[in-house]
Design a protein around this ligand. Sequence first.
Ligand code: PAN
Ligand code: ZN
Length: 193
Amino acid sequence: MTTFTLPFQLDFDPHALGEFPASKTIIRRLSDMSAYYQDKAKVAEILNAEDPTIYRFWEIEQENAPRGLSFGVTCIYAGSIGREFHMTKGHFHTSPGDELYITLSGRGKLAMFSREGDVKTLDMLPGSMCYIPTAYAHRTINTGADEFIFLAVWPPSIAHDYETILKGGFPQLVVKGEQEAVQIIENPSHQRV
Ligand code: PAN
Ligand code: ZN
């Protein structure tokens, strides 16, 4: 991983994530995410033919740094698995660390919930910024017809808990309704973990 001499300026093409030279790039395909989607028959049917990329992101993490900011750009490709739109796995932060999401392109939703039972699903559009408090699990969903791309900024040295979401899911799902409408419905398989 490249380290930068501070301060610095970074120019990047948000659409060219795989070509970004100074970072870790992570690609999540459907086979990495089959446990996260409700419609298992649809997952199996798609995987039988291909293994589509659902999203990819690059990040530059300030690891073991007492201060500073980590940041990254995520691109979720348009599409759905059954009725559920393409989405990220989602996670909790396990050490104190709030996060900012700023939409660069496309449209989507940010689903959040806390262990105390607060559930929020916010719109993400170019020009909108969402603030994610430490205690909230967060997942993004591409509800549009184009790539949905956003910048994330978070403090150094936070750890990500994916396990809780893998086991219990999110309380709400963002799905395609009649005539391509975007619907938020209760997740029948959600469990408090
Ligand atoms: C983001 C996410 C990124 C991918 O940078 O890590 O959007 O989502 P998953 O990590 O849930 O696969 C972030 O929230 N960092 O803390
Ligand atoms: Zn996060």
